[in-house]
Design a protein around this ligand. Structure first.
Ligand code: HAM
Length: 421
């Protein structure tokens, strides 16, 4: 679990702002759900036999003996909230969320115990356009963030019934080659055999490559759904790879599943993952309602994203107020408040604690501010202010305080546009 210090927090803000504005441009509306939910919600929806539920959840009894869990993901909480508040039956819903998630995994690069996701979920829409929309939204986010090295992997798990049928076929195949399975896979043969397909064990790759393909077993409606999705992605010029072994680590999926991966981040290269979950609402206690969504891992995305100096500069003041003497302090604090009234995005830092001009200039310089706004007793008496450019070789000059707003507007014009974070 990491602290995010101010030099990094600005990057998080820029990233979250990009994701938020993109999702809102597709008319997804934000939903905020609690970080704690009843344990049962996750075990029922993510699946008793999954690693998340079996090994990774932070679960504890509260003072009443009710079992609660720090959310390991966001989809289950969204379903619970929309059901509880009657929104699931109120026509299609498109929502997005972001925030911390918790999994007690073995920490390594790109894998944390408290990590952050931004996700989107859509409910009540069966047709494949919405699956395509989900994928297009992700592609737009990569584009806006300048992320190039990502690949889209796609598969269809078919209906719940066809998946059960395939489960039988796969178990027969793997049981016939049990001597080639590792210990983990032998355990999964009875609990969660589809996940064996996902194994990274090099010694099992040949066996898994030759396994009967899941796509051959899916029902015809699911096959049509998948064909429509692929046609939509093709007509929008999106590249993807069909990965017949993509099964996902959560049990609620049917039909479409997808992952965006990169080879730039080492072992933890999945930036974003999602798919369709048409049975989940019913499992959680509602009327059967289709659903589809994704979640992206923000720590991993940040690793892939660079920000310009101008963007990172939003963390430093534009103006540092140098204030020498009591009268200057009194005048200066009011002047800064008046400026903020007129220019709400102006970043002006008031020097506190007195000191000589020299020592205050040093601090102004260190603050990375573009200009020092200087007030001493003389300026106060004349109702003027001195302005000293700090980032270019230019002389200090004096203006009347009544002209200050216009002067600052002129000086900061070129960077105004970037200040509306
Ligand atoms: P997930 O594959 O478990 O899916 O997680 C989605 C993404 O969260 C991963 O691709 C990864 O980028 C990030 N992530 C997961 N675990 C960690 C970790 N320990 N440290 C850092 N990043 C991590 C879900 O959570 C589903 N709820 C996605 C979804 C939404 N499906 C439908 N709607």
């Amino acid at each position: 679990m990491h602290d995010t210090l101010p030099d990094d927090a600005i990057k998080w803000q820029l990233l979250e702002q990009t994701i938020k504005s993109t999702l809102q441009s597709y008319c997804y509306r934000e939903i905020r759900t609690p970080i704690l939910e009843k344990t049962e919600l996750f075990s029922r929806s993510i699946g008793e036999a999954t690693d998340i539920v079996n090994k990774e959840m932070y679960t504890f009894p509260d003072r009443n003996g009710d079992f609660l869990t720090l959310r390991p993901e966001g989809t289950a909480g969204c379903v619970r909230a929309l059901l509880q508040h009657g929104l699931i039956n109120a026509g299609p819903q498109r929502v997005w969320y972001h925030g911390p998630m918790f999994r007690h995994e073995r920490p390594q690069k790109g894998r944390l115990r408290q990590f952050h996701q931004a996700g989107a979920e859509a409910f009540g829409i069966q047709s494949a356009e919405i699956d395509a929309e989900m994928i297009l939204m992700c592609a737009r986010i990569w584009n806006k963030l300048g992320i190039k090295d990502v690949q889209l992997q796609l598969n269809s798990l078919g209906s719940y019934a066809s998946r059960q049928k395939y489960r039988g076929i796969l178990v027969d195949y793997l049981s016939a080659h049990k001597d080639q399975l590792d210990e983990d896979s032998i355990n999964r043969l009875t609990t969660n055999p589809l996940r064996i397909l996902d194994s990274k064990n090099p010694e099992m790759q040949a066996l898994l490559q030759s396994a009967p393909p899941l796509l051959d077993s899916i029902d015809s409606e699911s096959a049509d759904h998948f064909a429509t999705l692929r046609a939509l992605l093709n007509s929008n010029g999106l590249d993807y790879e069909i990965n017949p072994r993509l099964v996902r680590g959560l049990d609620y999926y049917n039909r479409t599943v997808f992952e965006w991966t990169t080879d730039k981040l080492g072992a933890q290269g999945t930036l974003c993952a999602g798919g369709r979950y048409d049975d989940l609402v019913e499992q959680v206690g509602g009327k059967a309602t289709p659903g589809v969504g994704f979640a992206m891992g923000l720590e991993r995305i940040l690793e892939m994203t660079g920000f310009s100096n101008a963007e990172l500069g939003l963390n430093s003041p534009q103006i540092y107020q140098v204030l020498v003497g009591d009268a200057a302090l009194d005048n200066g604090i009011k002047l800064a408040e008046r400026l903020r009234d007129k220019m709400p995005t102006l970043r002006i830092l008031m020097h506190c604690g007195g000191g000589s001009f020299r020592s205050q200039f040093k601090k102004a310089d260190k603050s990375q501010a573009d200009y020092a706004l200087i007030l001493g007793e003389e300026e106060v008496a004349k109702n003027t202010v001195n302005i000293k450019p700090l980032r270019k070789d230019a002389e200090q000059y004096e203006i009347h305080q009544d002209d200050l707003l216009d002067e600052i507007t002129n000086l900061l014009q070129p960077i105004q546009g970037q200040t509306g974070l």
